[in-house]
Ligand binder design. Structure first.
Ligand SMILES: Cc1cc2nc3c(=O)[nH]c(=O)nc-3n(C[C@H](O)[C@H](O)[C@H](O)COP(=O)(O)OP(=O)(O)OC[C@H]3O[C@@H](n4cnc5c(N)ncnc54)[C@H](O)[C@@H]3O)c2cc1C
Length: 303
């Protein structure tokens, strides 16, 4: 069995098993927003299970965080303990044309691994700033392809280990059964295909070039899911909201489904999301649904 670990685990994530730190969620999310929480940083599956058991023994169900690239955490933080998987990284060959990624493995690491090993099939993911666990939970993807197409199975920990095959994950657009049951994905087994490293590199480069048009700045990517047969960005732009600013948050001028943190608070972003949702409903009668996941209490009535 080949074990492949790429990149270095940053020192700040390395803690001994079962220990937690109190830290602002702003340090753990791409929005750069969010107040304090108790956070566990397991580095492997054993530590992850220990953290999960410790938290549940105290009567909590942990919030699982990957790279925090699809979440908006409240300014007040949360009292619910968090398990951040960022230290749980590694890729193992688990069968012919089959690899298993620990939940915290970053998409970039997976793509680099596939290039180095001449394995194709995941090039479309290049550039998504996500962990494989987060991506599996959200069934993320790009260019009309979703990670569910590559997933053979996911392993969960819910006080005991459970393996779900692809069908049992009940993947749909930006959704999986793991979201419904708030499960902890510890690792994900993916199918990949023999290919030519040069061809894979070309596809990855093309993908990254396409993504060069996306807004830079602190965001969670697309805030809303695309409604059936339409694009949320098109509706938001059509409602005249591109560039709209509210406090320290603004609708991107490049891509209207991106709401950027321009030096504000989570509350500003949350309020702007509600304003955009209401304006699109008023103009088109379409109720946009958030793709972004909220963490903590926002103390408002518009969520
Ligand atoms: C600049 C930018 C561009 C983006 N582009 C894309 C894109 O092209 N396509 C796309 O699909 N998304 C995109 N996103 C959104 C985001 O990267 C994806 O939704 C991704 O799936 C989130 O992964 P994460 O590891 O950051 O998860 P997080 O944001 O940390 O978590 C997201 C959800 O998954 C859950 N979760 C995370 N890890 C686990 C786990 N191990 N077990 C159980 N639950 C877990 C969390 O509880 C939460 O509900 C983009 C975001 C940004 C900031």
């Amino acid at each position: 069995m080949l074990s492949y670990i790429s990149g270095k685990i940053k020192g700040k994530y390395v803690l001994s098993a079962g220990k937690s730190v109190r830290r602002n969620l702003s340090e753990c999310t791409t929005y750069g927003l969010g107040g304090a929480a108790e956070i566990y940083y397991p580095e492997n599956i054993l530590q992850a299970r220990a953290a999960y058991d410790r938290i549940t023994a105290r009567g909590h169900r942990p919030i699982i965080l990957g790279n925090g690239s699809n979440v908006l955490a409240s300014d007040a933080g949360t009292e619910t303990p968090i398990i951040c998987t960022k230290g749980m990284r590694g890729i193992y060959v688990s069968g012919t044309n089959e690899i298993t990624c620990l939940a915290g493995t970053m998409v970039g690491e997976l793509v680099r691994y596939c290039i180095s090993q001449g394995k194709g099939g995941v090039e479309y993911l290049a550039g998504i700033p996500a962990t494989i666990g987060g991506l599996a939970c959200m069934n993320g993807g790009a260019g009309g392809k979703f990670i569910s197409e590559n997933i053979i199975s996911v392993r969960l920990y819910v006080g005991k280990t459970v393996i779900l095959d692809n069908k049992s994950c009940q993947f749909s657009y930006k959704h999986s059964t793991m979201r419904d049951i708030n499960a902890f994905i510890t690792d994900v087994t993916l199918k990949i295909y023999p290919s030519d490293s040069r061809l894979i590199t070309e596809k990855v480069r093309a993908r990254l070039a396409q993504r060069g048009n996306l807004p830079t700045g602190r965001s969670c990517g697309c805030v809303f899911k695309n409604p059936s047969g339409n694009y949320a960005a098109r509706l938001i732009e059509g409602a005249g909201l591109k560039g709209l600013r509210l406090g320290g948050a603004n609708v991107s001028t490049k891509h209207a489904n991106f709401i950027l943190n321009s030096g504000g608070r989570a509350r500003d972003v949350r309020t702007l999301i509600a304003v955009v949702r209401a304006a699109v409903f008023q103009k088109y009668g379409v109720r946009l649904q958030e793709e972004v996941v909220y963490i903590g209490d926002f103390n408002d009535s518009d969520g």
